[in-house]
Design a protein around this ligand. Structure first.
Ligand SMILES: O=C(O)CCC(=O)C(=O)O
Length: 230
């Protein structure tokens, strides 16, 4: 990835990298996620794991190339891995992810997450939706307790009123594609209407040189510094 890619990330708040992993690599990652979710994915389909609770095979995925190189292009040389979330939609977990920014959950220094597609995803099985360029300001979120998670939400009406309906983009992906995104990018997903699995894995990173007054004291108590590539 190039400095042009980093500039595009700064402008748009996201970067879509096609084919970061091969079919075989995706199968291996998906297998590791399946083992991690043996206890179930929960009603929301999203579970968060601190580095200490991330199995070694997935830790390698989150902290090595090609992801390390991609995240370093955006955040610079002093990147830390903070936590990782499998986020799955299935025949059982079908609800749309509501529009939101990640920052209200975290506060502090801005983070970058990488949404790794482990299945083909489109509007039928719950691919992501984003608003390019929406990362430039923090939004007031409505609090809502729900078994489907996502306690911080922005209504679609509010998003459309600000940006216009044409600005809302669906992000169909193939397995192995990765969407890197800023923690203020407005994003959500379509519901899973056809029951076809839509699995993803979402590691989160920060620039360790930026002071970070975040609120996830327990989850992020032992971040992992990404090693310099040899
Ligand atoms: O994968 C999804 O549907 C959305 C996940 C997400 O936005 C999140 O966990 O913050």
């Amino acid at each position: 990835m190039s400095t042009a890619a980093a500039a595009a990330f700064r402008r748009d708040g996201y970067l879509l990298v096609r084919g970061m992993w091969s079919v075989a690599e995706v199968q291996a990652i998906r297998g590791a996620v399946a083992r991690l979710l043996e206890g179930g994915a929960g009603a929301s389909g999203v579970r968060v794991f601190a580095p200490q609770r991330t199995p070694p095979d997935l830790l390698r995925v989150c902290t090595n190339d090609p992801l390390r190189a991609a995240v370093r292009t955006i955040l610079g040389p002093r990147v830390e891995f903070l936590s990782v979330k499998p986020a799955v939609k299935t025949m059982q977990v079908t609800a749309a992810s509501p529009w939101h920014q990640d920052w209200p959950y975290w506060k502090g220094a801005h983070k970058v997450s990488a949404w790794i597609a482990l299945d083909r995803a489109d509007a039928g099985n719950g691919c992501l939706r984003i608003v390019p360029g929406s990362h430039c300001r923090a939004w007031a979120h409505r609090r809502q307790d729900s078994p489907e998670g996502f306690g911080n939400r922005v209504s679609e009406d509010a998003v459309v009123a600000e940006f216009g309906a044409a600005a809302l983009r669906s992000v169909p992906v193939e397995p192995g594609d990765v969407l890197l995104f800023h923690d203020q990018l407005l994003h959500g997903s379509h519901p899973n209407r056809n029951g076809r699995d839509r699995w993803s894995l979402i590691p989160t990173y920060r620039d360790a040189s930026v002071p970070d007054d975040h609120v996830l004291a327990e989850l992020w108590r032992a971040p992992i510094a990404l090693q310099e590539p040899s």
